[in-house]
Structure formats: C-alpha cells, structure tokens
Design a protein around this ligand. Structure first.
Ligand code: C2E
Ligand code: CA
Ligand code: CA
Ligand code: CA
Length: 277
C-alpha cells in the first residue's frame, strides 16, 4: 500500500509537471499571439422565438495558431485568466467587437447589441469602465449596442462588481448572466445584481425534447425570470424540435447551431444579407 501510495504521488506530480509546462508554453504562446494579432472573433446570432429576427450577437474568441490552427477558447481562456493575460485579451475583444458591430450598423445590416464575455480579472484589474468607454469612443458605437456576458462566478468574485455593473448599465450597456443553472445561486439571489438577461445553459436544452425534468426546469426558470423582468435566452438550440419546446416554454431568444454556428465576421455579413434578401 505504501509503494502504491508513492507511485500515486509520483504519477500525480508527473501530471502536475506536465500541466505546469503546458501552462507555461501556452502563456508564452499567448504573449506572441497578442503581439502577432493571432486572435479572431467569431459571432453567433441570438434569434427571437417570436419572429425569428436577429436580436443580437455574441462575440466568441478564436486563436488562429500558426501551427495548431483554430484553437477553441476552452483551451486557452483559463490559462489567460490564471496568468492575467485575459485583461489584455479582453480589452482586444471589447474593441474588436465594438468596431465590428459599428461596421454592421453603418452598412445598414443590423442594429442590435454585440455581447462580449468578460472574466473576473477584467473587473478587478482591468479598469473595465475605462476600457469600455475608450472602445466606444474610438469606434463610435453607442452603449445601446453593447452587452456584457458573465457567469455567476464572475458576478460574485468581488464585492465591487455589482457597483461597476450598475454604472455601466446606467449608461445603457446591457448585462447577461451566462450559463444559468450551472452555478449555485437561486433566481431570487440574482435579483440583487444589476442584470437584464438570463442565459439558460445548454445542458438544460440538450435532450429537452425527451427529458421532462429539463423541460420543467426551463419552464420554471423562464416563468420566474419573466416575473422578475429578465429577458430569457436559451443556449445551444440545435434542432427544430428543441426550438419548438423552447418556444412553448416562452424563452424570448435562442442561440445555437439550429439557426447559425459561430462564424467569422464576413460570413455573418453574408448570412445577414442572404436573410434580408
Ligand atoms: P459561452 O459563453 O457559454 O459560449 C457559448 C458556447 O457554446 C460557445 O463555445 C459556442 O460556440 C457554443 N455553442 C453555441 N451554440 C451551440 C450549439 O447549438 N451546440 C453546441 N454544442 N455548442 C454551441 P466556444 O465558442 O467554444 O466558447 C466556449 C467558452 O469560452 C464560452 O462559453 C466562454 O465562456 C468562453 N469565451 C469565448 N470567448 C471569450 C472571450 O472573448 N472572453 C472570455 N473571457 N471568454 C470567452
Ligand atoms: Ca457567453
Ligand atoms: Ca453560456
Ligand atoms: Ca460556458
């Protein structure tokens, strides 16, 4: 048993070393990525369940790595959060999304909000208000065309987050609570925070057509959210039958592969043109 324990420790520390070294290599790669402009934003529309109109877009970061190709965010955002690089990356995301949305507006393609995901460290160390103000000023986008998405964890990470969000909301920026249902808090607790929209996590939408418990949860969240004056978005809608159920449960908007996968800005422009044609 003793030997086994020692092997386990060795195996564990081996894993740890491997983990730390990939972490370090991602960190230095991220530094280069920022310098060389290797990040790209994809966009995914949020669609009204009532009339299928476009209600907004979520900006989702991609890393176009010179060797690895298109790297999804779950492979580097956590590292960037740990190292603090997310502050600089997040600033780039805000500026780029604002510039893109202003371009769509100027082209007359769409007049909606673009939503960016924000991490806890952007609140704590990132002068988020100044970053947003300067992005709006330099791109000419209005507050009414910007939205922030964050998880409960981000909301609760720091006591001052609520104040920062209140200030941003008073200027006209909207706030969405991301991945709802995966955290620990209740909707009544959520009313303490200044938010506009609840995004129901994809795990409740998956199998909703065959899982009556999930449908019951989405129904309850949707009804309670409306009672509390929140807008409700269902994430990860992939099929028409899922859309039908979500619509019956009175969610306001859907986001998911059924309507559109996240795409590069040029592809979204084409998608918008083909819909209006
Ligand atoms: P999220 O904010 O919950 O974003 C939604 C994720 O669901 C996206 O994954 C999107 O591509 C995916 N998705 C959308 N519709 C469907 C669907 O119908 N089916 C399935 N299976 N998936 C769908 P993605 O783009 O890989 O992003 C993963 C996460 O990375 C995001 O989750 C967000 O937490 C984080 N992230 C992305 N961009 C940023 C960013 O700019 N800053 C920060 N801090 N985090 C970001
Ligand atoms: Ca999000
Ligand atoms: Ca989400
Ligand atoms: Ca998520």
């Amino acid at each position: 048993a003793k030997m086994q324990g020692r092997n386990e420790i060795r195996a564990y520390s081996g894993d740890l070393v491997a983990k730390v070294s990939t972490h370090l290599s991602i960190q230095s790669d991220l530094r280069k990525a920022l310098q060389n402009g290797e990040f790209q934003l994809f966009y995914q529309p949020k669609i009204s369940t009532r009339d299928a109109s476009v209600k907004g877009f979520e900006a989702l970061i991609r890393w176009v790595h010179p060797v690895k190709g298109l790297v999804p965010p779950n492979q580097f955002i956590t590292v960037a959060e740990d190292t603090g690089q997310i502050v600089e990356i997040g600033q780039w995301v805000i500026e780029t999304a604002c510039r893109q949305n202003k371009q769509w507006l100027d082209e007359g393609l769409v007049n909606v909000r673009v939503a960016v995901n924000v991490s806890a460290r952007q609140f704590k160390e990132g002068n988020l208000i100044e970053v947003i103000e300067s992005a709006l000023a330099s791109t000419g986008l209005k507050e009414e065309n910007l939205e922030l998405e964050m998880t409960e964890g981000v909301l609760m990470s720091d006591p001052s987050t609520g104040d920062t969000l209140s200030e941003l909301r008073s200027k006209g920026i909207a706030v969405s609570l991301d991945d709802f249902g995966t955290g620990y808090s209740s909707l009544s607790y959520i009313t303490r925070f200044p938010i506009d929209t609840i995004k129901i996590d994809r795990c409740f939408v998956q199998d909703i057509t065959i899982d009556s418990e999930k449908a019951a949860i989405v129904s309850a969240v949707s009804n309670l959210s409306h009672g509390l004056n929140f807008n409700v978005v269902a994430e990860g809608v992939e099929t028409e039958t899922e859309l039908d159920v979500i619509r019956q449960l009175r969610c306001d908007e859907v986001q998911g592969y059924y309507y559109c996968r996240p795409m590069a800005a040029q592809d979204i422009s084409e998608w918008l043109r083909s819909r209006s044609a």
